[in-house]
Ligand binder design. Structure first.
Ligand SMILES: [Zn+2]
Length: 62
């Protein structure tokens, strides 16, 4: 049995209009036996979040 040591490369990077997110087609190739696996990864952009407000306590009067 090959223990499969993969190198990964991005074959294609595109924007999926249906899912409204970026997609990457990645190909993993085993450096030992040459086995390849294809994988499509969807990269959701992180949702825009409001930054938490920093409450600045001024203790100079204490
Ligand atoms: Zn292998």
């Amino acid at each position: 049995m090959c223990r499969h040591i993969y190198t990964e490369s991005i074959e294609k990077s595109y924007y999926d209009q249906n899912l409204q997110c970026r997609a990457e087609k990645r190909v993993r190739t085993c450096i030992l036996c040459g086995k390849t696996e294809k994988e499509t990864i969807y990269v959701k952009d992180p949702p825009k979040r409001k930054l938490p407000k920093f409450i600045h306590e001024d203790l100079s009067d204490a």
